[in-house]
Design a protein around this ligand. Structure first.
Ligand SMILES: [Zn+2]
Length: 245
């Protein structure tokens, strides 16, 4: 049992080794970071703008709500990421363990299976057989992991690293509205909205560039969604403030 477990761990580490995927891996991290920051900007902007609309000038209330929103969001993002990466890793481990066993116990069926999968992808029977044989000789498990299990070597595998990164990314984004709303100026809501729009322009731009998507629609969607969030919580805050005050 212990040996099997070690074998599975080693196999997974090998599958996710940064061969030539180093660039793809870095892009994945960057993309996740930008998304986390975007979340931080939008959700904390929504909270502080709503509270500021309900209780204008009440710095203590705004700061308290803001800090609670930053903490709650950062922990919830980190926890969600931890759970999702852990679960994915467990699934992957189970699949790999099964595959290792099958490769040991019935190598011929596995070779035929691999060739079949390449035929399904459009190769001729002859070529599929040749590809399957050569890949099996080279690294049978890697071939099955990719073609049969669809395991992406660029995916994150460490739940703690994933959790910490989302925590940081969310917090960095969240600090934009949190700091702006507390500036001792005439209209902090307008200043916050302006800073948030600039932040969303940037995150929209960067994620579009990273994903190779057209930049303008991505930016417009991102700014529109964030602005709609702020407008909604502003109105709710206003109504609530009137009702309570
Ligand atoms: Zn297989």
């Amino acid at each position: 049992m212990g040996d099997d477990d070690q074998e599975v761990e080693a196999a997974i580490a090998h599958l996710h080794e940064p061969h030539d995927q180093a660039v793809g891996q870095r892009l994945n991290w960057l993309r996740a970071g930008v998304l986390g920051a975007n979340d931080g900007i939008v959700s904390v902007a929504g909270v502080v703008v709503g509270v500021a609309a309900a209780a204008p000038g009440n710095v203590a209330a705004i700061a308290t709500a803001g800090i609670a929103a930053v903490a709650a969001g950062a922990f919830s993002m980190a926890g969600g990421e931890y759970v999702s990466v852990s679960t994915q890793r467990d699934t992957e481990k189970a699949l790999i363990a099964k595959e290792i066993r099958e490769l040991k116990e019935m190598p011929e069926e596995e070779l035929a299976e691999l060739a079949g999968l390449y035929r399904q992808r459009g190769l001729s029977a002859e070529l599929a057989q040749q590809v399957a044989e050569e890949l099996t000789a080279h690294d049978a498990l890697a071939a099955h992991a990719e073609v049969e299990l669809g395991i992406d070597p660029e995916e994150f595998t460490n739940p703690w690293v994933a959790a910490l990164s989302s925590f940081l990314a969310f917090t960095i984004g969240a600090l934009i509205p949190f700091v702006m709303i507390l500036l001792p100026i005439g209209s902090p809501i307008i200043a916050t909205a302006a800073a948030v729009v600039i932040g969303l322009l940037l995150t929209g731009l960067i994620s579009a560039r990273l994903g190779g998507a057209p930049v303008l629609p991505a930016i417009m969607r991102n700014v529109l969604m964030g602005s709609a969030t702020m407008a909604a919580t502003y109105l709710i805050g206003l109504l609530f403030g009137v009702a309570v005050g």
